[in-house]
Write a protein that binds this ligand. Structure first.
Ligand code: SF4
Ligand code: SF4
Length: 176
């Protein structure tokens, strides 16, 4: 009985080896050949701009609060017109685990993940990205979204003054 089981096990192993020998190999000759990741692949993080070209980030700290490894830090500042922005913004990619929680937490869709996975570096300090390394001149995955136009903060227009915005509700009108 043991002999039959042994022969069967050996034959199965040979069969798997033979079958695999005639399959097309999946090895990719990286870095000469590059694989295109799926669109939702989570790699290098960027800070995007709204369609008007302004910085989307309002330095609300939600991304750094959501980050499980505490690798995002920033300093909030306010422009003359009242619009908030990050005076400096830093991500330590030596700690980032590319979980995407920061992008989920962001109310302005400023922080987004890209599929650029080639950010390896020998010097760990080169993996600490400052705002100049993170901010791109593009809207990223959501080209039409403009936080200030939707939020109705009186920076772009007076509150309720935007085309796609209803006037602010007076909560006293809602009371019984
Ligand atoms: S992807 Fe995850 S670990 Fe990386 S910065 Fe965002 S929240 Fe932090
Ligand atoms: S990237 Fe988004 S969540 Fe993070 S501080 Fe800026 S606006 Fe807030």
């Amino acid at each position: 009985m043991n002999l039959i089981r042994g022969i069967k096990g050996t034959a199965q192993a040979y069969w798997i080896t033979l079958r695999t020998m005639f399959r097309k190999p999946v090895t990719i000759q990286y870095p000469e050949q590059k694989r295109q990741p799926f669109p939702r692949y989570r790699a290098r993080i960027v800070l995007t701009r709204d369609p008007d070209g302004g910085e989307r980030c309002v330095a609300c700290y939600l991304c750094s609060a959501a980050c499980p490894v505490d690798c995002i830090s920033m300093q909030a500042a306010e422009a003359k017109d009242g619009r908030r922005y990050a005076e400096w913004f830093r991500i330590n990619f030596t700690r980032c685990i590319f979980c995407g929680l920061c992008t989920e937490a962001c109310p302005t869709r400023a922080i987004q993940m890209t599929s650029d996975y080639e950010i390896c570096n020998r010097d760990p300090l080169d993996l600490v990205y400052e705002k100049t390394d993170l901010l791109i001149d593009d809207t990223g995955k959501d080209p039409d979204y403009n936080f200030y136009r939707h939020a109705g903060i009186g920076v772009v227009n007076p509150r309720g003054g935007n085309e796609d915005e209803k006037p602010p509700a007076d909560v006293r009108d809602l009371l019984p």
